[in-house]
Ligand binder design. Structure first.
Ligand SMILES: [Zn+2]
Length: 286
């Protein structure tokens, strides 16, 4: 499931063909993804110019010159494919896997400095798209109450302290809660807690002082390094056809149950918290 770094990598991949470009043609091949596409989806996008492609938490936000914003979420399995062949006709897309085409749900033909066809493919259909007025963006149902962006200037040790204060849940669960901090998911929470030396079982409210001072840079650096790794993967995809969405990163603890801790050699353990697997070193994380 894509988390902040993967979504940011997708944003960086899409931005060159979408920013400043116009939606020349929009094709919705089904009326719904996880949720129904919003009313007037094709009509509101067709002919609209893209001002900026940004990101909020795990969402992509396409700000249009029309005053609307297109919000896109990749869900579990959503991915974008860019085809820069300007003569591509709708419905005729080159794919590595031809059978995958039945999961091509939304197609954008962009007319801009780099004409391209952008295909949204989502086999499990947990992703979704919505259109809201740009002026209401922060108050829309997707973003209302969402916590601070961890890579923005609005995130700091005091902001982290305020987010965790009084929280009885485990620090693992608290960090996954998008109302506390935006964009974190299971992988990068495990990695950040390991890096900070904080036990995932510790009560969120007990993470302050030195622990918070370690956790803050651990969150920021874990995300930044993952984005950098995604960006270097992105170069491989920057040619005519690029599939954006998932990249293999090197993890210190995530998915390493039974393997040795890179710091102390102890066996990495797994436990279930809130229905999700947590990977951690019982000696390094207190
Ligand atoms: Zn260890």
């Amino acid at each position: 499931m894509p988390e902040l770094p993967e979504v940011e990598t997708v944003r960086q991949g899409l931005a060159p063909v979408m920013e400043g470009a116009v939606f020349k043609r929009v094709e919705a091949r089904r009326p719904d993804l996880r949720f129904p596409l919003p009313p007037g989806f094709v009509r509101k996008l067709t002919g609209a110019k893209v001002d900026v492609l940004s990101r909020r938490g795990k969402y992509l936000v396409v700000t249009l010159a029309t005053g609307d914003s297109l919000i896109m979420h990749l869900g579990m399995s959503g991915r974008f494919t860019i085809s820069e062949q300007s003569d591509t006709q709708p419905g005729q897309f080159a794919h590595n896997n031809e059978t995958d085409q039945k999961h091509d749900h939304v197609i954008f033909q962009m007319r801009g400095a780099r004409p391209a066809t952008v295909v949204y493919n989502d086999p499990r259909r947990f992703g979704f798209m919505d259109i809201v007025k740009s002026e209401n963006l922060e108050e829309c149902r997707h973003f209302k109450g969402m916590g601070p962006e961890p890579l923005s200037n609005h995130f700091s040790v005091p902001v982290l302290n305020a987010a965790l204060r009084g929280k009885g849940a485990s620090i693992k669960t608290a960090l996954l809660d998008q109302r506390n901090i935006a964009g974190l998911g299971n992988i990068y929470v495990c990695e950040a807690l390991y890096r900070a030396g904080v036990s995932p079982r510790r009560r969120a409210a007990s993470v302050y002082g030195r622990r918070a001072e370690r956790l803050f840079p651990a969150i920021v650096n874990t995300l930044r390094e993952a984005i950098k790794a995604g960006g270097s993967s992105l170069k491989d995809f920057a040619s005519a056809e690029g599939e954006l969405g998932y990249f293999q990163h090197r993890f210190d603890v995530y998915d390493r149950e039974g393997e040795p801790c890179k710091a102390c050699g102890a066996v990495i353990q797994r436990l279930i918290q809130g229905g999700r697997s947590t990977f951690f070193c019982p000696f390094c994380q207190r």
